[in-house]
Design a protein around this ligand. Sequence first.
Ligand SMILES: [Zn+2]
Length: 241
Amino acid sequence: MATQVALLAELQRVDQNIKSNSEAVEARRSALQQLDTQISAQRQQVATAEAEWAALEKRQRELDAQLTDAESKTKDRRMRIARIRNDKELGLVRREIDALKEVMNAAETELLTLMEQGDQRRTAVEAARQALAALETARAAEAAELDATMARVASVIEEDRSRRDTLLATVDVDLHRRYELIFSRRGGVAVVGVRSGTCQGCHMHVPPQLFNQIKRNEQIFLCPSCQRILFWEPQDDESKA
Ligand SMILES: [Zn+2]
């Protein structure tokens, strides 16, 4: 029958497997979450860039309409001038034509600026859309990785959990509690082998008398330096001896 220490060592193998497999799944999940966060931020950027571009195009259409309107009014006033015989009225219409020219000049100047900005805006929208597409591709790949990881480890985790339950039925309750405490505080290593008189957890030398007691694997002994549970793990030459 297996000793308590041997059972604990086996339990630890199972627990370490569960831990590393669960962590692998968790790492994939958190990578996916990070991508989701980046994607929603990028969507916001695309929307902002698109809105800025749309506002610019709207202003361009307004200015185009102003120009068309001013041009047709100018044409109309010039035709009227030919028929005017009155100096006062003539002066009035000429001033009107000058005012229309100013409107057209201002509209043309602004349109030129907007055309330059329009190229920048369009580039910004395209860049934002490309960045979003890249993130979405990365997300799809990450989601596939998560699925693959799940497919690979889900049944293994399930088997390990049931193996763990079986082992726990045979391990002393107090000893298990101690083991859990050390396992969580010592980075997932609670039970360590002693090889050539050295603790494999902290690589400190175990006193010879303690080493001899450990070799029997009957009682529970803790490493004097790292406080982990020790068991004897014979090397080839030691086991032959
Ligand atoms: Zn130690």
